[in-house]
Each structure stands twice: as C-alpha cells, then as structure tokens.
Design a protein around this ligand. Sequence first.
Ligand code: ZN
Length: 304
Amino acid sequence: MKMLRTKGLLAVLVTILAPPMMNAAAAEEHVWKVADGVYRYGNPNYGYFSMFVVTDEGVIAIDPMNTEHSKGMLKAIENVTNRPVRYLLHSHNHWDHSKGGQVFRDQGAKIIAHEEAVEWMKDNPHPELVLPDEAWTGVRKDIVLGGKVIELHSLGMNHGLGMTAFLLPKEHIAYIADIVTPNRMLFSIADFNIKEWIRTLAELERMNFQEAVYSHTHAKEPIGTKRDVTQTRELIEDLQAAIIAEFKKGTSFYEMSSTLKLPKYEHWDFYDEWLPINVWKMMFHMEMGPFPWRPNYMHDGIKQ
Ligand SMILES: [Zn+2]
C-alpha cells in the first residue's frame, strides 16, 4: 500500500496493481540499518519494505515484492557485503509480496515459502512469480547461517496463505508482513479472517522481540516496535466493541458505516477513507462468521 496519503481506495488499488518502477541506482538511499547485520530495504514512495540479514556465510533476504524492488534490494545488499544471497524467504502468497524471486535465484539463492503459499503459487501463476525451491511445513522452521538464527513462525490463516513471521531471537527483531501496519486503519478490504487475525496478533505479542520491520508502515519511525502489534489488536477490538455499542443504541446495519466513529484513531492514516470499509468488514464477520476459511489449517501447533 502506498505510504503517502492518497485521496481514496482507487488510488490505493492502482498502487497495488501497478508494479512500482524503481531506480536501482537509488537503492542505497532506501536502506535502514536496524541492528548489526540487519537491514530494512524499501522506497517510502511505494511503501513496500523488505528485510535482509547479512552473515559471515551469506545473506538472507525476506520478501522480494516484485522484480524492480528485488533489483533495488540486491543492489543495496551488494553495497553492504560481497557475500552471496543464500536464501530468499516469502512471508505469504500474495502477488504484491511474492514476485521478483528470479532476481535472487539468478544469484544462487534458495527460495523458501510455507507449503500453503507454495500450493497457491502453483495454481495462480504470474509472469513475475517463480515457484520456491522448498515448501516448509508445520508451524516452525529455523534457518541458521553464519552464526545467525532466523525463526520462521507460520501464523495460520489470518491473511493470505502460509503467513509467516520472521524472528531474530538474539537481536529481538521481527519481520511482519501485512497483518500489522503502524498508524494506519485496517486493510480489511480483502482476505482477512478477523477472528484469526486477533488470535495471531496475541500470538505475536507473546513472542520475544522488541523491534520490528513491518512490510508497510505509516509511522514516522522507520523501525516499529511490538507496541504496534498491540495497537493493531486494540483497534480491531475497539471497532468490534463500538459496533456492538451502536447496535445497542439502535443504529441499524445500514446506518452503521456512516454513524460509527473511533476518535481515538482519528490521527491514523486513511481514518476517513477506510473506517467505513472497516465497519462493513467487521459487521459481515460478526453476522456471517469468520472468513476466508479453509479446512486442515495449522495453528498453535495443532492440526485442526
Ligand atoms: Zn498480503
């Protein structure tokens, strides 16, 4: 989603659907050092951010987004180290995060995604999408490279398929895509299971990290914190409570999106534009039950 405030949903969708063009020469301007060997990469004008981890034995990159973004990230990596990219990791299936992998495959990187994301990619090809080399299963996988550990946590069916959070346990840093976007209303337009979303955020709150690189952020600070996870959970819960309170006052289903206000979040981006959409999504969730849904998914280590 676009970092800058736009006039409405159409502009946002145009941003999502049109792959951003990126000047690879400008790559070094789009790098933030998070900790020793840990970097955030992205162009704030386009609002997509990846993370890469540099070790003595090579580099681990997370989320290629698209070919131009990946070329820029590779350039940024080469500005920091001459070691090869050994792994490219996917956060989830969605095209706007998963395209561009060929750039890293050409460097010899092994591409890894959760099996739920890989199955979707097989059935939903895109010219810029390459299939991962490895589909991991279950709820947890660790990658160790050059003395650095990166934990892959499959978080269930909150958003998309195979949604994975990445945790650097020694550095207490996480990479989290899409399910937390600091300082912005919920992107609840599509493919969010609200019940699972709340459960996932609580799971993230229990994890051992302080700082986080979020794939999108509307906060002033480039690096987020765990507090952003809590605030997102609180927004979802505040929205649900406000809808219940309005129903009790007699506000109808059809009046709700124009009546309900959440002044606590007035300063969050897209408050005016997206609050009505968030209200509709939440009411459908409350009336119809959680969706999207699928059988045989994993969460908390238990096959349901
Ligand atoms: Zn997504």
